[in-house]
Write a protein of this length. Structure first.
Length: 269
């Protein structure tokens, strides 16, 4: 790896990751503040939620059979980690990952970048490491905000649940970071790379939603990385190890593919 390249990429991402992290922290604290109200009016809320169609729950990443808001974990899953948090964090990951190679080409700095006496693979690996570090900068403040909010507003979360949620969120983002860097290595434009990965995410999400609605197409869930995304089980401290492992394998595999493609591609002709 190239430590100067890691430092340079971190400097480029520092404010972007900061604002995304801050926005998610504010959102988590804000939503958590409503939990005491839910506790006082639990029966009324449960009756209201039972009237909603299952499709509405599925679209927002909520399993109605498991995540009726009867606990702080269920409440935060439904209001934050089921849809809003991953959607926001994925925007950051896709845009940042799509820029790792394509941005250098668009800026016209690719030739200067490659003139550094370091192999192409090490240059891109350094950018990938910086991106992974930025992912942690986004994930960890959210976990801290969730832990403090649980203490402040009467929620119940264990240390085991917080650790598992950290792993689940980080590995989920890593899987799409790998896809984004691969797309960036293949294309020469950030918009194309981001659009490609965004389309894949949309298709995976739709496959996951439809698979949850009817048993006839339940096989579609095997085509989606969202199937292994299970923040509720993680917050409860019951996350199966294979779910984050699957995300990690996809991320490492596609990230390695990006290194191979970038090492062989002529990008300065």
């Amino acid at each position: 790896m190239s430590w100067p390249m890691i430092a340079k990429t971190l400097r480029e991402l520092r404010w972007t990751s900061f604002w995304y992290a801050l926005g998610l922290v504010i959102y988590i604290v804000f939503l958590s503040s409503f939990y005491p109200t839910l506790e006082r009016q639990r029966e009324q809320f449960e009756q209201l939620f039972r009237q909603y169609p299952e499709f509405l729950f599925r679209v927002f990443g909520i399993d109605p059979e498991r995540a009726m808001m009867t606990s702080f974990a269920g409440f935060m899953h439904a209001e934050t980690f089921g849809f809003i948090w991953p959607a926001t964090a994925l925007i950051f990951v896709v845009l940042s990952g799509a820029a790792v190679v394509a941005q250098e080409i668009e800026r016209g700095t690719a030739e200067f970048w490659l003139s550094v006496p370091v192999s192409r693979a090490r240059l891109l690996l350094s950018k990938q490491v910086a991106l992974l570090t930025s992912i942690l900068f986004v994930v960890l403040p959210s976990i801290a905000a969730l832990a403090l909010s649980a203490q402040a507003f009467g929620g119940e979360l264990t240390a085991r649940g917080l650790v598992q949620l950290t792993i689940a969120l980080a590995c989920f983002l890593v899987s799409f970071a790998g896809l984004a860097t691969l797309a960036s290595a293949v294309t020469s434009e950030r918009s194309k790379a981001a659009g490609l990965v965004g389309g894949v995410i949309l298709l995976m999400y739709l496959a996951w939603v439809v698979a949850g609605l009817t048993a006839d197409v339940r096989w579609l869930r095997y085509l989606s990385l969202f199937t292994a995304y299970d923040p509720l089980t993680a917050m409860l401290g019951e996350l199966p190890w294979y779910k984050p492992a699957l995300h990690l394998i996809v991320g490492l595999g596609t990230g390695s593919g990006a290194l191979v493609v970038f090492s062989r591609r002529d990008i300065v002709s």
